[in-house]
Ligand binder design. Structure first.
Ligand code: COA
Length: 181
């Protein structure tokens, strides 16, 4: 439980004012595949849009590898007022310069952009991560052209750590927030 004082609704990992973040399941495949098939949603991902089969592989990886190995990963983002799956956000581990970094990742369907929902989810994720994981800092890897993503990172209190970091995923600006004292 991150925000508020009541118990989270069933299966929730994180609850915020308008959102519940819960573990993804195989039943979420159709909705996740619809998000990943949208070129606007996938504009800044090096692999672009994904097919249903590719989405299934990612979903299986999230469930069978991330949740099992790390206890975290990407979660379904559910809008409380309608129960709709509006995106997937969460935490991803990366090895960067011999150090494990944990990234705050966010992706929403276009219908739900511009309502502060990604910022709300990301704030909940940051609080959850610092409250439950032994991490000194969290990062966001932002395509230099992805203004919306950069804005979410800075709105949760992240600051530019490295410019022009290059890996297999392409070029990113890396933003970071340190664990509060
Ligand atoms: C990045 C993304 C999650 C932002 O979601 P969102 O819910 O619209 O973000 P928010 O409403 O919380 O907006 C955060 C800030 O960014 C600004 N913003 C949102 N979309 C923007 C855009 N397209 N261009 C510039 N600024 C934008 C908002 O105005 C807000 O700042 P403000 O409060 O000062 O006005 C969404 O655009 C998305 O899913 N994109 C596709 C996936 C992606 O690229 N994810 C990041 C890479 S992993």
């Amino acid at each position: 439980m991150v925000n508020g004082e009541s118990e989270p609704v069933g299966g929730a990992v994180i609850e915020t004012e308008r959102l519940v973040l819960r573990d993804l399941t195989i039943e979420d495949l159709d909705e996740l595949a619809a998000l990943y098939a949208d070129p606007r949603v996938r504009q800044y991902f090096p692999d672009g849009t994904l097919t249903r089969g590719q989405t299934l592989k990612e979903l299986e990886w999230i469930i069978n590898v991330y949740y099992v190995t790390y206890g975290y990963g990407l979660w379904a983002v559910i809008l409380k007022e309608s129960g709709e799956l509006v995106g997937r956000c969460g935490l991803l581990p990366w090895e960067i310069d011999g150090r494990t970094e944990v990234e705050v990742a966010y992706l929403l369907g276009t219908r739900w952009w511009g309502r502060g929902l990604a910022t709300e989810a990301a704030i909940g994720i940051v609080e959850f991560a610092f409250g439950t994981l032994p991490v000194d800092r969290l990062i966001a890897m932002v395509d230099p052209l992805n203004e919306a993503s950069r804005n979410v990172a800075t709105k949760v209190g992240m600051r530019l750590l490295w410019m022009g970091y290059v890996d297999d995923e392409g070029v990113s600006d890396v933003y970071a927030i340190e664990r509060p004292a």
